[in-house]
Write a protein that binds this ligand. Sequence first.
Ligand code: ZN
Length: 242
Amino acid sequence: MRIALISDIHGNLEALTEVLSDIEKQKVDKIHCLGDVLGYGSDPVACLHLIEKHCDIKLIGNHEYAVLGLVSTDNYNTAARTAADWTRDQLTDVELALISDYEMMRSVENITLVHASPNEPDRWHYLLTPDVASRAFGGFDDRICFHGHTHVPTIFVELAEGLPRVIAGHSFLPGEDNRYLINIGSVGQPRDNDPRACYVTFETEEYEVEYHRVEYDIAAAQSKMAQADLPEMLINRLSFGR
Ligand code: ZN
C-alpha cells in the first residue's frame, strides 16, 4: 500500500490545496494527517474540512489541543498566542467536534504515527536533538515512527550503541535492522530554509520513504493573512521557509 503523510498545515489553504493535488498524482491509497491543521494561517476552517474529506487517520497536534483548551498558550510567544486566539474565534461547534475526534497516536501497517513525539505524546516534545530522540525511541515498538511538530524534515536513526544519529530528511530505503524517527516536514509553514510545502509518501511493503516539495502561491497566502491582521512575523517567514 502507498500512503501519503502530511502535517503542520497551519491554516495555509494555498499550500494544502497544492499538496492535495500533488498527492493525487502520486496515486496513493490513503492520506494520513499528523496534526496542527490550524494555527498561524488565515484558513483554519477550510483546512479542517479538507482534511476531513481527504484524510483517513487524523491525529491531534498541540495547536488543536490548545484550541480545545487542553493546554495553556501562556508560554507561546506573542505572535503565536495572537494567532491562536484569532484561530479559536473562527471555529464553530462543527469544527470543534471534528477536532475532538482526532487521535493522539496510532500504529498502523507496522508504522507509528504521532504529531510530536511517541514518548509522552501529549507533552509535545520537540525532536531536535539526539538526546530527546533517544527517549522517543522508547515510546514505540514499530521500526518506523513518522512525526511532525518541528517543521524540519529530519531522520533520526537508532544505533546499537550511543545516541541516535540525525540526518536531513531525504528520500531513502530504510535498512532492515534499523529503527527510525522520521519528521515529514510541514505543509503550511516549512522551517528548513525551503519555502515549498513538504510532505512524504511511504510504500508499506517495499518500505520506501519519499519526500516531496511543492510550490504554492505564497503571496496569496500572505495577503490573506495580512487582511486577517495576523502577526507580520508569521506572514514574512513563509517567504523564507523559516
Ligand atoms: Zn506545527
